[in-house]
Design a protein around this ligand. Structure first.
Ligand code: DP6
Length: 346
């Protein structure tokens, strides 16, 4: 007999970036962060978790058809936490099948390039954790699942919620208070759009895990970012979202992306995620905003050259029109896709 459950989890793109760990084992961050969960139509991971006494004795994970190593500490931490919750359930209800002692088989499909700076680990671990939680019929809340997914990949904790999502850095050594929370549902500000500009679908140079460790160890800008700049901007950003103030939202988004990439440059040896094409996008956004006389578009970049441009539906022509005209041209954009903000999945 095979027990099975499936789920999908969407990508999230941070407007206040997570960069730096105070505990690399538990992925406990040095600052809180905030993101927007994108629509599941294009950018999502679909995952099926199954278990059976007849499976080969070890756990397995297939991503886009290729077998992945599941012995890594991050995947193991997620499996261990979820199994512990299931065993507690089985101990309380002896009639339940003993799923916690059966090998797990996880099958995941991304419908976007893996490790291209498109937050694939976020959707990946969020889907893995929820699929197993569904398989085990755990009564766990999205908050509790976010605590587990965070151990797979920090940013994954934010993909357990829809809409506008914060991740509280927390102060406990065991990470129990380092969880995601919803700032506002997607329905609060449904006009929000994200345009994703793909420069390169190639695997990124310096992984975020390695990059942020080197930044923490060497950058002198990093401390003021983590202790002063981000705490202030977390408050400004939540206020902008509550008030649906796009100018405030856009300005903080762009300034935080710039601050994050400045600490990357301030890392030794320096880390460059932006390239000439990324910088052309920044210039273009500045031109659009200058021509409009207010902020109607806001760029942000993760650990790679691909741009995400946030804008409101009413400004679609002014923003997307300009970028669409650049696709395939000398500036080097290979493709673009528009995304809406996603609501809660549960
Ligand atoms: C730049 O969540 O991929 O996208 O916890 O080591 O897996 P690990 O890092 P990861 O880092 C994401 C960094 C970022 C900013 C963000 O999403 O907040």
């Amino acid at each position: 007999e095979i027990h099975r459950a499936s789920t999908t989890a969407p990508v999230n793109i941070a407007v206040i970036k997570y960069w730096g760990k105070r505990d690399p084992k538990l992925n406990l961050p040095t600052n809180s962060s905030l993101s927007v969960t994108l629509s599941q139509s294009d950018l999502r991971t679909h995952t099926t978790a199954s278990c059976s006494p007849s499976y080969p004795s070890s756990d397995s994970l297939l991503l886009n058809g290729s077998p992945q190593d599941v012995t890594g500490a991050r995947t193991q931490a997620c499996f261990r936490e979820l199994r512990a919750l299931r065993s507690a359930l089985e101990a309380a209800n002896p009639s339940l099948p003993k799923l916690s002692s059966m090998p797990l088989k996880i099958v995941s499909e991304n419908n976007f390039p893996t490790a291209a700076g498109l937050a694939s680990s976020a959707a990946g671990f969020a889907a893995l954790v929820r699929a197993i939680a569904n398989l085990y019929e755990l009564p766990a809340s999205p908050t509790e699942l976010s605590r587990i997914a965070r151990q797979g990949s920090g940013s994954a904790c934010r993909s357990l919620f829809g809409g506008y999502v914060g991740w509280e850095q927390g102060s406990q050594a065991d990470g129990s208070d380092s969880v995601a929370f919803q700032v506002a549902p997607a329905s609060h500000w449904p006009e929000m759009r994200a345009l994703i500009l793909v420069v390169s679908a190639a695997k990124k140079g310096v992984s975020s895990t390695t990059g942020m460790q080197t930044t923490v160890a060497t950058s002198s800008l990093f401390t003021s970012r983590a202790t002063e700049t981000v705490p202030r901007r977390m408050l400004e950003m939540q206020k902008a979202i509550q008030e649906k103030d796009f100018e405030g939202f856009g300005k903080v988004t762009m300034m935080d992306s710039n601050s994050f990439h400045a600490t990357c440059l301030d890392t030794y040896p320096p880390i460059f995620y932006l390239n000439d094409v990324s910088r052309a996008a920044i210039k273009t956004v500045e031109c659009i905003n200058a021509a409009t006389g207010k902020i109607v578009a806001a760029y942000t970049f993760d650990a790679g050259p691909n741009a995400v441009i946030y804008y409101l539906e009413e400004n679609e022509k002014a923003v997307v029109g300009v970028f669409k005209a650049m696709i395939g041209g000398k500036d080097g954009w290979k493709g673009a896709r528009g995304e809406k903000v996603e609501g809660n999945k549960e």
